[in-house]
Ligand binder design. Structure first.
Ligand code: NAP
Length: 251
């Protein structure tokens, strides 16, 4: 069995986070399914338990320092000291620059960047003590620039710099940090984008697939597979990397 550690996946009530949580549990890890609303985590926890795994639903706001501290302490006490962290929680507040409010900017930077910082800072002590850790941060192809996403692209590019710095600082403690930069993945987030531009989601996905070399959009399982690799024992010499999981090359 590859796992048997304690993992935290943020934003794991649905979408990519739910798939990552289920995959890390299938790998043998106990998984804290963390999201804003604890009740919303029930389906992911039930799916993990139905497959014979161990999971705990945790309600927390990753952008709030006290909420993160309480959540991580509870996870360490009830599930085990966490040594795998997947910073996946995310939101969109898309708008062209001239229409983007300060609230839109702050909300996105807070959830993605402040959230990843607070979570990593709270969890690193358990990793350093264990002389083992795996931090996986969700970036995006939008880090390369995307119309209407000045806030989100800045946050996702920031995730890459943050990841590389964690890799440099924590490597000597057996802790790796890597980033996954997904392309188009079919989730509620991309469904909401389709709705915002007035497109039917199936048409929106077909149009996206037409631009992707492997001729399909991504699924949450595509990201879960990559997260499983980064979290594995055998990936200890892979650190500070960004993998674009986008069905084709990105740079
Ligand atoms: P999603 O379906 O919208 O799920 C995101 C989850 O994060 C939701 O359950 C949401 O809870 C939760 N969340 C939001 N703010 C939070 C907070 N402050 N604290 C804790 N949890 C919070 O999104 P997804 O498509 O699975 O995306 C997951 C990650 O992948 C995000 O970081 C996203 O930016 C990244 N990504 C996605 C794509 C894509 O094509 N889908 C592409 C590139 C990167 P609520 O429902 O309560 O808001």
């Amino acid at each position: 069995m590859a796992g048997s550690r304690t993992a935290i996946v943020t934003g794991a009530a649905r979408g990519i986070g739910a798939a990552v949580a289920q995959r890390l549990a299938a790998d043998g890890n106990a998984v804290a399914v963390l999201d804003l609303d604890e009740a919303a985590c029930a389906d992911t926890v039930a799916a993990i338990e139905a497959a014979g795994g161990r999971a705990l639903a945790v309600g927390a706001d990753v952008a709030d320092e006290a909420s993160v501290a309480a959540a991580v302490e509870r996870i360490a006490a009830e599930l085990g000291e966490p040594t795998i962290l997947v910073n996946n929680a995310g939101i969109l507040r898309d708008n062209l620059l001239f229409k983007m409010s300060v609230d839109d900017w702050d909300a996105v930077l807070n959830v993605h960047l402040r959230g990843a910082f607070l979570m990593a800072r709270a969890v690193q002590k358990y990793m350093v003590d264990a002389k083992f850790g795996r931090i996986v941060n969700l970036s995006s192809t939008s880090a390369l620039g995307n119309r209407g996403q000045a806030n989100y692209s800045a946050a996702k590019a920031g995730m890459q710099g943050f990841t590389k710095t964690l890799a440099i600082e924590l490597g000597k403690f057996g802790v790796t940090a890597n980033a996954i930069a997904p392309g188009f993945i079919a989730t509620e987030m991309t469904a909401a984008t389709a709705a915002r531009v007035g497109a039917d989601f199936e048409d929106f996905k077909a149009a996206a697939a037409g631009q992707i070399p492997v001729a399909r959009v991504g699924e949450p399982a595509d990201i879960a597979h990559t997260a499983s690799f980064f979290a594995s024992e055998g990936a200890g010499f892979v650190s500070g990397q960004v993998i674009y999981v986008a069905g084709g090359p990105k740079d």
